[in-house]
Design a protein around this ligand. Structure first.
Ligand code: RIB
Length: 294
């Protein structure tokens, strides 16, 4: 089985701030760091660090060599990444004293997907292969249609949630991995139980993972609902914690772990990620996760 991560690659401009800036306010920052990131790239690297062979498909701009190098240095197969005219995707990320973040996203090259490029990439995949994506690239609806026609296992992390997802046929998704905000946007429900009940009723074909911040995570399939608490740590920076969770959860399932074990491993991996600064830099390798679970 081949694993394809089809998603964004961003340059993250990360600013340390006292508090997330308010409307109309000007705030001095405590410094800036520049990192490679993007939910797609982060999740590819999380999968790779969790021990899965993964190919990344995505677009970078003229200055995007560092993003491709990051993939390669982390064992991610880069054969499908293409360079296009114009700038790469980038973000402006504020991280406050409690480690909470706020992200301003510029799509750049990530929004230049074309049907031809999608066909070129997917021509290398077939029945039973897994495709993972988020919502930082354009033409998600086309990717879903084509991947479904090929009978691939489709994993959607609907992050960040916006209107582009409303034109996607979510009946074709095999796994949803989402947080409470995304769960509420999809279901219009306010409680985790309500969200899962909506998912079961409307998308009975799918398994759903719901992450709940300090309240841990939940998993639902035809057999019922599982719950996982958090590992308590002092959070420095929550950037990419969700991406780490997604990568480790999927990697664990691919390696034959039960959903219960996969939730536990993903919770541990993301608890390590929040104790570190940055996106890619914060994602642990498998040996760190395993040794801290002994
Ligand atoms: O999930 C974290 C990521 O979201 C950052 O790396 C940033 O690029 C944004 O896409």
């Amino acid at each position: 089985m081949k694993v394809l991560s089809f998603g964004s690659l961003n340059i993250d401009y990360v600013y340390a701030v006292d508090h997330i800036i308010l409307p109309g306010e000007t705030e001095d920052t405590g410094g800036r760091e520049i990192h490679c990131g993007g939910k797609g790239l982060n999740q590819s690297i999380a999968l790779s660090r969790a021990g899965v062979k993964v190919m990344h498909a995505g677009l970078v701009g003229e200055e995007g060599d560092a993003l491709i190098q990051q993939c390669a240095q982390n064992g991610v197969d880069t054969r499908f990444i293409r360079k296009v005219p114009g700038p790469s995707g980038h973000t402006v990320i504020q991280v406050d004293k409690k480690g909470q973040n706020s992200i301003l996203l510029f799509g750049g090259a990530n929004r230049q997907m074309t049907p031809d490029y999608i066909d070129e990439v997917l021509s290398a995949f077939g029945e039973g292969d897994l495709i993972l994506f988020q919502n930082e690239i354009n033409l998600l609806d086309e990717i879903i249609e084509r991947a479904y026609a090929k009978k691939m296992c489709i994993v959607l992390n609907p992050s960040p949630y916006d209107d582009a997802l409303s034109v996607c046929d979510l009946n074709k998704i095999s796994y949803f991995i989402m947080n409470e905000l995304e769960g509420e946007a999809i279901s219009k429900e306010k409680t985790p139980e309500g969200m899962l009940s909506f998912m079961k009723e409307h998308y009975p074909q799918a398994r759903t993972v719901l992450t709940l911040g300090c309240d841990g995570s939940m998993y639902q399939d035809a057999d019922g609902i599982l719950q996982q608490g958090i590992y308590e740590v002092k959070a420095l920076d929550t950037t990419a914690a969700g991406d780490t969770f997604t990568g480790y959860f999927i990697a664990s399932i691919l390696k034959g772990r039960s959903p219960k074990e996969a939730l536990r491993i993903a919770a541990k991996a993301s608890s390590i990620a929040v104790t570190r600064h940055g996106a890619i830099d914060s994602i642990p390798v498998l040996s760190e996760v395993s040794s801290s679970m002994l």
